[in-house]
Design a protein around this ligand. Structure first.
Ligand SMILES: Cc1ncc(C[n+]2csc(CCOP(=O)(O)OP(=O)(O)O)c2C)c(N)n1
Ligand SMILES: [Mg+2]
Length: 329
């Protein structure tokens, strides 16, 4: 079975939520913000403005945009080194995020975290983690603090992270304590340069959650409204005290693993098939209002251009005066 065929083998999503045109437009706006932000970061990286590396989220926008649309203020999210999307979907300021990647003092973490380790507690972002699977443990810990209330925590992580020991430890712990944590596996079919089938026994990631008796849905992660519906259903169950939930979202990164990777290990026809399933194109088609979609795109683009200009004009941290070792919210 090809990777595209695999992605169409998905579960029906429970719940009767039908998005309005305004909700679809809101989802499109978030996804366009994520896409245009990443394109700006790619340009800045190629111009030598961003040091280290950057893991771009282009192609996977429907996952975090869909899931975070189901959350409320006070809920927590933990994400990976590919976490700019989750940060923006949670409402992080694009100018501060751009400044962070540029190492500026006005960055989300004062310019000291860079791309991979962003924390934005004001917007419910527990953190982005360079350690594969770190987000799973962080969100499980955040969910411990949510017990007895109606707040929830979400962990975003990749398919490769499901082979980490603490994936299994945290799912077990969360179920035993019935913690309100939503585990969201962004299954993009590769861990760095290795196809899923070569690293992951059984290849049934949602099934790994079901053995812990955690309700799990396998969904088309390139359809915003499908992800959003699954997330709404899962979040409602968590707020009702039904314990941890799991979503496996099938998706694909359009670009390489990180900026040093051209992605040549992927068959061209596979890449083409997934590009034809671009999540933004699909939501535009669902919205069926090109004039509105174009206006949103132009507005987001204008806001981002201005935000990046301001971020580039900001100063670098001054070691003599700026705090160096701790995050000060
Ligand atoms: C604990 C740990 N082991 C190995 C690595 C090196 N590493 C970085 S990303 C990555 C692949 C992860 O793949 P996946 O979880 O599918 O996420 P994706 O990059 O596809 O979003 C690996 C092995 C790491 N950062 N942390
Ligand atoms: Mg992966």
């Amino acid at each position: 079975m090809s990777a595209v065929e695999t992605a169409t083998t998905v579960d029906a999503v429970a719940g009767d939520w039908q998005p309005t045109a305004d909700e679809l437009a809101g989802g499109l706006r978030t996804m366009l913000l994520l896409r245009r932000f990443e394109e700006e970061m790619q340009r800045l990286f190629l111009r030598g403005e961003i040091h280290g590396t950057v893991h771009l989220y282009i192609g996977q926008e429907a996952v975090s945009a869909g899931v975070c649309s189901a959350l409320e203020a006070g809920d927590w999210v933990a994400a990976t080194y590919r976490g700019h999307g989750a940060a923006l979907a949670q409402g992080s300021d694009p100018e501060a995020l751009a400044a962070e990647l540029l190492g500026r003092r006005t960055g989300t973490c004062g310019g000291r975290a860079g791309s991979m380790n962003i924390v934005d507690l004001d917007h419910g972002l527990v953190g982005c983690f360079g350690i594969v699977g770190g987000s799973i443990a962080a969100a499980t810990g955040a969910a411990l603090g949510c017990r007895g209330g109606d707040r929830v925590a979400v962990a975003f992580f990749g398919d490769g992270a499901t082979n980490q020991a603490y994936f299994h430890e945290c799912l077990n712990f969360a179920k035993v304590l019935e913690l309100p944590v939503l585990f969201v596996c962004e299954n993009n079919l590769y861990g760095e340069f290795t196809p899923l089938a070569q690293s992951t026994a059984g290849a049934d990631i949602a099934g790994r959650a079901r053995v812990f008796d955690i309700p799990a849905a396998r969904v088309d992660g390139n359809r915003w409204e499908v992800v959003a519906a699954a997330a709404r259903a899962a979040v409602a169950r968590m707020r009702a005290g039904e314990g941890p939930q799991f979503i496996e979202a099938l998706t694909y990164r359009h670009l390489g693993h990180s900026k040093s990777d051209a992605g040549r290990y992927r068959p061209p026809e596979e890449v083409e098939a997934w590009l034809a399933r671009d999540p933004i194109d699909q939501l535009r088609a669902t919205l069926a209002d090109d004039e509105r979609a174009d206006a949103i795109d132009a507005e987001v683009g204008g806001e981002l251009t201005a935000a990046v200009e301001r971020a580039l004009a900001a100063p670098f941290p001054d070691p003599a005066v700026d705090r160096a070792t701790e995050y000060a919210p």
